[in-house]
Design a protein around this ligand. Structure first.
Ligand SMILES: N#Cc1c(-c2ccc3ccn(Cc4ccccn4)c3c2)n[nH]c1N
Length: 239
C-alpha cells in the first residue's frame, strides 16, 4: 500500500516514521510519501489561497497547485483503484467499516486542506479521475485535514494483513464486525487487587462461559449508556 499526503504542513507526517506505521513501512507493508503543496506554486510567496468567490470570511485553497500536484503524484490517467481522501467537517463520518474497506487499497492519497477548505472543483476533478472519499472524523472543527489523515492512516494500516502480530485481537475490538456493533467490555490485568480495587471475581473464575456472559453484558450495558445510537443499528446485538 502506497500512502501519499498532500499538505502545506508535510512535517505533520514525520510522526509516521516513529510509529507502528513506520514499522510497517520498514517491513515493506506500506510506502509513505509526504508532499508540500507549495512545491506546485510558481509565485514568490508560494501562494496557495485566495478570497472566496461570493464573499464570506476566511480564505479558500486555490485549485491550481492541487491540479499540478495530482498530475505529478498520481498522473493524468483515470484509475478508480486510486483512493483520494479529502478530510472535511462536511464529510461523511469515518467508520471502522470504511477503514476495513480502505485496508485493501493499493494506493491512498490524502488531500489535507487548510483555511476554510479547498476549491470544490478540485474535489470534482478528483471524482472524475479516481475514487474520492470526503470524510469527517467527528462533529467538532479542526484547523486542517492533517490530524484526520493521521487518524485515518492508523485506523486503516492496522487492518492491513500482516501488520498486526495477533490479527485475532482485531475481532474483539469496539466497532469491529465480530463485536455485534457493541462497545468493548472493560479490561483488567494483574495485580488482582490494586489500591483497594479488585478485578471482578468472574474473570478469575476460569469459567469461560460465565466470563463470556459477563463480557457481553458489560458490552451491552456500556453501549446502552454511551452509544444508544448503536443499539438501534441492525448490526448491533441489542434490540
Ligand atoms: N476530517 C475532518 C475535520 C475537520 C477539518 C478537515 C479539513 C479541513 C480543512 C480546513 N479545515 C478548517 C475548517 C474550519 C472551519 C470550516 C471548515 N474548515 C478543516 C477541518 N474539522 N473537523 C473534522 N472532523
Amino acid at each position: 500500500m502506497r500512502l501519499d499526503y498532500l499538505s502545506i504542513f508535510p512535517a505533520y507526517f514525520d510522526v509516521l516514521d516513529i510509529s507502528l506505521v513506520g514499522k510497517a513501512a520498514i517491513n515493506g507493508l506500506v510506502e509513505i510519501h509526504a508532499h508540500d503543496l507549495r512545491d506546485w506554486t510558481h509565485d514568490r510567496h508560494r501562494t496557495v489561497d485566495d478570497t472566496p468567490c461570493g464573499g464570506g470570511a476566511g480564505m479558500v485553497m486555490k485549485p491550481d497547485p492541487w491540479g499540478e500536484a495530482f498530475d505529478e503524484i498520481i498522473g493524468t490517467e483515470s484509475d478508480p483503484s486510486v483512493h483520494v481522501i479529502f478530510p472535511a467537517p462536511s464529510g461523511t463520518p469515518f467508520t471502522q467499516s470504511a477503514a476495513a474497506e480502505l485496508s485493501s487499497a493499493q494506493r491512498i492519497v490524502f488531500c489535507c486542506g487548510r483555511y476554510e477548505g479547498i476549491d470544490h472543483r478540485v474535489i470534482d476533478y478528483a471524482r472524475s479521475m479516481w475514487t474520492v472519499h470526503e470524510v469527517s472524523l467527528g462533529d467538532y472543527v479542526l484547523n486542517g485535514g492533517e490530524v484526520a489523515a493521521l487518524a485515518i492512516t492508523e485506523a486503516v494500516v492496522r487492518l492491513v494483513p500482516g501488520f498486526m502480530g495477533n490479527p485475532e485481537s482485531l475481532a474483539e475490538e469496539s466497532f469491529s464486525a465480530g463485536q455485534d456493533g457493541l462497545l468493548e467490555y472493560p479490561l483488567f490485568t494483574r495485580p488482582v487487587s490494586w489500591r483497594g480495587l479488585d478485578v471482578p471475581e468472574v474473570l478469575m473464575s476460569g469459567h469461560h462461559g460465565r466470563i463470556a456472559s459477563w463480557r457481553r453484558d458489560e458490552s451491552v450495558r456500556l453501549t446502552r449508556e454511551r452509544r444508544p445510537d448503536l443499539t438501534d443499528s441492525d448490526s448491533s446485538g441489542i434490540h
